[in-house]
Write a protein that binds this ligand. Sequence first.
Ligand SMILES: *Cc1c(COP(=O)(O)O)cnc(C)c1O
Length: 413
Amino acid sequence: MSTPPRSTPVHAPHAFAVENNELMLGGMPLTRLAARVGRTPFYAYDRSLITARVAQLRAALPADIHLHYAIKANPMPAVVQHLCGLVDGFDVASAGELKIVLDTVMPPAHISFAGPGKGEGELRQAAAAGIVVNLESEQEMETLARVGLELGLRPRAAVRVNPDFELKASGMKMGGGPKQFGVDAERVPAMLARMADLPIAFHGFHIFSGSQNLKAESLMEAQRNTFDLARRLAPHAPGPVRLLNLGGGFGIPYFPGEQPLDLKAVGDHLASLMPDARRAFPEAEFVIELGRYFVGEAGVYVSRVIDRKESRGLTYLIADGGLHHHLAASGNFGQVIRKNYPVLVGNRVEASETDIASVVGPLCTPLDTLADKMELGHAQVGDLICVLQSGAYGPSASPAAFLGHPGAGEALV
Ligand SMILES: *Cc1c(COP(=O)(O)O)cnc(C)c1O
């Protein structure tokens, strides 16, 4: 199903340059990078784009907003090391992630540990490391106090609050209503009263209401509500609020029709809230905690076409990678309706000849689809398929063992 020659790119890549019809990654043409990596499939993360993204955030947000990276978005140690020099802190959600950040030079006081179901062993490691534990329940507080006593330490803790409001229009809601995350706002005063009797150093509040939000107005409303809630809770605290983690939720566009977040609007609105916030919390550090917004658009998943088949009028490009490396692009990581990520043939970006084709992986399941009937450059066996917007929730969020194929490579370029 070929279309007439054309000169414009089929799917204009967002952030990457194109030279001689090839996507440029880290200043190198894609085919050469594939040779450098030595195999496909692989993920490439462009460090200059990560650096530029942090600079955009710094320019848009008030100067005293601290930026923390939630490493679950992309825990590759090289990426975390790179971000260590750019952001003000890290957030982790397991002992495994804690190990990765403790291998950096980030001061422990700027590392926080969130997530439900922290084990006693994890809490002991966190207390010994001197990081801030975001308490997700009253029981977790008691356990943290006990391991602190055993170690002869006074662990730092913030209370993760399940707010009494929602972040509207979020890809993933993580606050409001009944939730496994945090302690319901109305229970927090009693918890703080108990904390006053425990050998725990109260550090502040963590109020994270949702994720993957592209609507500036929704984020602005949530930030306003977050400050209000913190102001209501602070009088119950056994000490001054030293940390006010406002959450994050800044989204990136994945699908056709989605527009990038209006970062300037969010930043300007936050700036208007800061004078009151500084007065209310004179000892506080204000934190915005982001994952995908730092890294998502800097990453590309690259796989090679190993077969090209026609089946009753449809063209299938069968690649050597698929959902076992990139569950999200297959539409099986929390999406309600499957939509195509931005996909292109990375060595035929400005193709004069195109097809409507589906890109599928090597797994023996119809779920293993990376692109469903997309217009793509006319691809041959050996060509390189690129899935853009793939720097977050990639290999670490995919079922690598499913069907026993090799894992994906990863390169920070
Ligand atoms: C997952 C998570 C994040 C990161 O979410 P993104 O959508 O990648 O920004 C931040 N904070 C907490 C507590 C999380 O659970």
